[in-house]
Write a protein that binds this ligand. Structure first.
Ligand code: ZN
Length: 244
Protein backbone atom coordinates (compact mmCIF):
# COMPACT_ATOMS: atom_id res chain seq x y z
CA UNK A 1 0.00 0.00 0.00
CA UNK A 2 2.78 2.33 0.91
CA UNK A 3 4.48 1.48 -2.36
CA UNK A 4 1.30 2.28 -4.36
CA UNK A 5 0.87 5.52 -2.47
CA UNK A 6 4.47 6.49 -3.15
CA UNK A 7 4.06 5.62 -6.86
CA UNK A 8 0.89 7.68 -7.07
CA UNK A 9 2.59 10.57 -5.39
CA UNK A 10 5.47 10.31 -7.88
CA UNK A 11 3.00 10.22 -10.77
CA UNK A 12 1.17 13.30 -9.47
CA UNK A 13 4.48 15.12 -9.11
CA UNK A 14 5.50 14.21 -12.68
CA UNK A 15 2.13 15.33 -14.06
CA UNK A 16 2.35 18.54 -12.06
CA UNK A 17 5.79 19.19 -13.57
CA UNK A 18 4.42 18.65 -17.10
CA UNK A 19 1.31 20.79 -16.75
CA UNK A 20 1.70 23.63 -14.29
CA UNK A 21 -1.32 24.46 -12.21
CA UNK A 22 -3.10 27.48 -13.74
CA UNK A 23 -2.65 30.78 -11.99
CA UNK A 24 -6.09 31.43 -10.52
CA UNK A 25 -7.87 34.37 -8.98
CA UNK A 26 -7.42 34.90 -5.27
CA UNK A 27 -11.18 34.61 -4.78
CA UNK A 28 -13.39 31.58 -5.57
CA UNK A 29 -14.20 31.32 -9.30
CA UNK A 30 -15.31 28.53 -11.64
CA UNK A 31 -12.61 27.12 -13.98
CA UNK A 32 -13.86 26.39 -17.48
CA UNK A 33 -10.77 26.19 -19.69
CA UNK A 34 -10.73 27.58 -23.23
CA UNK A 35 -8.32 26.32 -25.91
CA UNK A 36 -8.10 29.77 -27.48
CA UNK A 37 -4.91 31.34 -26.13
CA UNK A 38 -1.16 31.50 -26.60
CA UNK A 39 1.86 32.77 -24.66
CA UNK A 40 1.89 36.43 -23.71
CA UNK A 41 4.22 38.29 -26.02
CA UNK A 42 6.66 41.15 -25.59
CA UNK A 43 5.68 44.48 -27.13
CA UNK A 44 8.82 46.49 -26.30
CA UNK A 45 12.56 45.97 -26.67
CA UNK A 46 14.81 47.75 -24.17
CA UNK A 47 18.50 48.17 -24.90
CA UNK A 48 21.28 48.54 -22.35
CA UNK A 49 25.04 48.76 -22.09
CA UNK A 50 26.51 46.45 -19.47
CA UNK A 51 29.00 48.97 -18.01
CA UNK A 52 31.43 46.03 -17.93
CA UNK A 53 34.71 45.50 -19.79
CA UNK A 54 34.03 41.98 -21.09
CA UNK A 55 31.31 39.45 -21.88
CA UNK A 56 32.64 37.17 -19.11
CA UNK A 57 32.31 39.92 -16.55
CA UNK A 58 28.78 40.74 -17.76
CA UNK A 59 27.76 37.06 -17.73
CA UNK A 60 28.89 36.75 -14.11
CA UNK A 61 26.74 39.74 -13.12
CA UNK A 62 23.72 38.68 -15.19
CA UNK A 63 23.78 35.14 -13.72
CA UNK A 64 24.55 35.98 -10.08
CA UNK A 65 21.52 35.21 -7.85
CA UNK A 66 22.73 37.85 -5.40
CA UNK A 67 22.59 40.59 -8.04
CA UNK A 68 19.01 39.82 -9.22
CA UNK A 69 19.62 41.22 -12.71
CA UNK A 70 19.38 39.55 -16.10
CA UNK A 71 18.49 40.14 -19.74
CA UNK A 72 17.18 37.96 -22.53
CA UNK A 73 20.23 38.59 -24.71
CA UNK A 74 23.82 39.75 -24.38
CA UNK A 75 25.57 40.94 -27.56
CA UNK A 76 29.37 40.82 -27.51
CA UNK A 77 31.70 43.37 -29.06
CA UNK A 78 32.48 40.80 -31.78
CA UNK A 79 28.79 40.29 -32.61
CA UNK A 80 28.37 36.94 -30.84
CA UNK A 81 24.92 36.73 -29.25
CA UNK A 82 24.27 34.86 -26.00
CA UNK A 83 20.73 34.18 -24.80
CA UNK A 84 20.28 34.03 -21.02
CA UNK A 85 16.51 33.97 -20.48
CA UNK A 86 13.61 32.32 -22.36
CA UNK A 87 11.73 34.98 -24.32
CA UNK A 88 8.50 33.83 -22.66
CA UNK A 89 9.92 34.65 -19.25
CA UNK A 90 10.25 38.01 -17.51
CA UNK A 91 13.93 38.96 -17.34
CA UNK A 92 15.00 41.46 -14.70
CA UNK A 93 16.59 44.17 -16.83
CA UNK A 94 14.51 47.35 -16.63
CA UNK A 95 13.85 47.50 -12.87
CA UNK A 96 11.53 50.26 -11.70
CA UNK A 97 10.48 51.75 -15.01
CA UNK A 98 7.67 53.48 -16.85
CA UNK A 99 6.71 54.22 -20.45
CA UNK A 100 3.37 55.88 -21.09
CA UNK A 101 0.88 54.22 -18.76
CA UNK A 102 2.95 51.01 -18.62
CA UNK A 103 4.53 50.69 -15.18
CA UNK A 104 5.94 47.16 -15.55
CA UNK A 105 8.29 47.28 -18.51
CA UNK A 106 9.95 43.98 -17.55
CA UNK A 107 6.62 42.17 -18.05
CA UNK A 108 6.10 43.73 -21.49
CA UNK A 109 9.60 43.70 -22.97
CA UNK A 110 12.66 41.82 -24.10
CA UNK A 111 15.93 43.15 -22.67
CA UNK A 112 19.14 43.28 -24.68
CA UNK A 113 22.48 44.02 -23.05
CA UNK A 114 25.40 45.22 -25.16
CA UNK A 115 28.91 44.47 -23.96
CA UNK A 116 30.15 48.05 -23.57
CA UNK A 117 31.62 49.98 -20.65
CA UNK A 118 29.69 53.16 -21.41
CA UNK A 119 32.78 55.19 -22.38
CA UNK A 120 33.41 53.69 -25.82
CA UNK A 121 31.86 53.42 -29.27
CA UNK A 122 29.91 50.30 -30.23
CA UNK A 123 31.83 48.25 -32.85
CA UNK A 124 30.21 47.73 -36.27
CA UNK A 125 30.12 43.93 -35.81
CA UNK A 126 28.19 44.35 -32.57
CA UNK A 127 25.61 46.71 -34.10
CA UNK A 128 25.24 44.48 -37.18
CA UNK A 129 24.46 41.54 -34.88
CA UNK A 130 22.02 43.66 -32.87
CA UNK A 131 20.21 44.68 -36.06
CA UNK A 132 19.87 41.01 -37.08
CA UNK A 133 18.50 40.13 -33.65
CA UNK A 134 16.06 43.07 -33.66
CA UNK A 135 14.81 42.15 -37.15
CA UNK A 136 14.19 38.58 -35.98
CA UNK A 137 12.35 39.79 -32.87
CA UNK A 138 10.27 42.29 -34.82
CA UNK A 139 9.22 39.68 -37.36
CA UNK A 140 8.06 37.26 -34.68
CA UNK A 141 6.28 39.74 -32.39
CA UNK A 142 5.30 42.66 -34.67
CA UNK A 143 6.69 45.21 -32.24
CA UNK A 144 5.75 48.82 -33.19
CA UNK A 145 8.56 51.01 -34.51
CA UNK A 146 8.31 53.44 -31.56
CA UNK A 147 8.71 50.63 -28.99
CA UNK A 148 12.46 50.09 -29.43
CA UNK A 149 13.82 52.01 -26.43
CA UNK A 150 16.80 52.54 -24.18
CA UNK A 151 16.95 51.83 -20.46
CA UNK A 152 17.32 55.58 -19.75
CA UNK A 153 14.12 56.23 -21.71
CA UNK A 154 12.06 54.04 -19.38
CA UNK A 155 13.95 54.91 -16.17
CA UNK A 156 15.10 58.53 -16.68
CA UNK A 157 15.70 59.25 -12.99
CA UNK A 158 17.95 56.25 -12.43
CA UNK A 159 19.63 55.22 -15.66
CA UNK A 160 21.92 56.61 -18.37
CA UNK A 161 22.28 53.58 -20.65
CA UNK A 162 22.81 53.00 -23.45
CA UNK A 163 25.31 55.85 -23.62
CA UNK A 164 25.44 58.72 -26.09
CA UNK A 165 27.67 56.52 -28.28
CA UNK A 166 24.73 54.24 -29.05
CA UNK A 167 23.82 54.62 -32.77
CA UNK A 168 20.08 55.24 -32.48
CA UNK A 169 20.00 56.80 -35.96
CA UNK A 170 21.35 53.57 -37.50
CA UNK A 171 18.67 51.62 -35.67
CA UNK A 172 15.99 54.05 -36.83
CA UNK A 173 17.27 53.74 -40.42
CA UNK A 174 16.38 50.04 -40.11
CA UNK A 175 12.94 50.76 -38.63
CA UNK A 176 13.77 50.43 -34.93
CA UNK A 177 12.71 53.53 -33.01
CA UNK A 178 11.49 56.98 -33.98
CA UNK A 179 13.88 59.53 -35.48
CA UNK A 180 13.99 63.03 -36.96
CA UNK A 181 16.84 64.49 -38.98
CA UNK A 182 17.62 68.22 -38.98
CA UNK A 183 16.53 70.83 -39.90
CA UNK A 184 13.93 70.60 -37.17
CA UNK A 185 10.59 72.41 -37.46
CA UNK A 186 9.81 75.44 -35.34
CA UNK A 187 7.17 74.52 -32.75
CA UNK A 188 4.11 76.77 -32.36
CA UNK A 189 4.25 79.23 -29.42
CA UNK A 190 1.76 77.18 -27.40
CA UNK A 191 3.83 73.97 -27.76
CA UNK A 192 4.00 72.27 -24.34
CA UNK A 193 7.32 70.39 -24.22
CA UNK A 194 6.52 68.47 -21.03
CA UNK A 195 3.20 67.28 -22.45
CA UNK A 196 4.99 66.25 -25.67
CA UNK A 197 7.58 64.22 -23.72
CA UNK A 198 4.73 62.55 -21.83
CA UNK A 199 2.91 61.83 -25.11
CA UNK A 200 6.04 60.11 -26.44
CA UNK A 201 6.05 57.92 -23.32
CA UNK A 202 8.54 59.59 -20.97
CA UNK A 203 7.85 59.69 -17.25
CA UNK A 204 7.76 63.46 -16.66
CA UNK A 205 7.46 63.20 -12.87
CA UNK A 206 10.91 64.79 -12.90
CA UNK A 207 10.87 66.95 -16.08
CA UNK A 208 14.65 67.59 -15.99
CA UNK A 209 15.37 63.85 -15.89
CA UNK A 210 12.94 63.26 -18.77
CA UNK A 211 14.64 65.96 -20.89
CA UNK A 212 18.06 64.54 -20.07
CA UNK A 213 16.99 61.03 -21.17
CA UNK A 214 15.35 62.46 -24.28
CA UNK A 215 18.49 64.36 -25.32
CA UNK A 216 20.71 61.36 -24.48
CA UNK A 217 18.71 59.30 -26.97
CA UNK A 218 18.04 61.80 -29.74
CA UNK A 219 20.62 64.59 -29.47
CA UNK A 220 23.54 63.49 -27.26
CA UNK A 221 25.63 66.45 -28.45
CA UNK A 222 23.17 68.60 -26.54
CA UNK A 223 22.76 66.34 -23.49
CA UNK A 224 21.12 68.62 -20.96
CA UNK A 225 18.34 68.78 -18.34
CA UNK A 226 16.95 71.82 -20.21
CA UNK A 227 15.72 72.09 -23.78
CA UNK A 228 17.49 74.33 -26.29
CA UNK A 229 15.79 75.83 -29.32
CA UNK A 230 17.20 72.93 -31.36
CA UNK A 231 16.15 70.11 -29.02
CA UNK A 232 12.70 71.73 -28.67
CA UNK A 233 12.34 71.63 -32.46
CA UNK A 234 13.44 67.99 -32.48
CA UNK A 235 10.93 67.15 -29.75
CA UNK A 236 8.16 68.82 -31.76
CA UNK A 237 9.16 66.80 -34.84
CA UNK A 238 9.12 63.50 -32.91
CA UNK A 239 5.86 64.41 -31.21
CA UNK A 240 4.25 64.94 -34.63
CA UNK A 241 5.68 61.63 -35.90
CA UNK A 242 4.42 59.72 -32.87
CA UNK A 243 0.97 61.31 -33.21
CA UNK A 244 0.84 60.70 -36.97
ZN1 ZN B 1 20.41 49.10 -18.24
Amino acid sequence: MTLIRTSLLALVLVLAACAPVPQRAGIPTTWQGSPNFNERKPNFVVMHHTSDDSVDQALRTLSDPARSVSAHYLVGRDGAIIQLVDERARAWHAGESKWGADTDINSASLGIELDNNGREAFPDAQIAALLRLLADIRERYHIPVANFLGHADVAPRRKTDPSGYFPWKTLADHGFGLWCDPPFPEPPPAFDATAALRALGYDTGNPEAAIRAFTLHFLPDELSPALTERSRGLLYCLYQKAAG
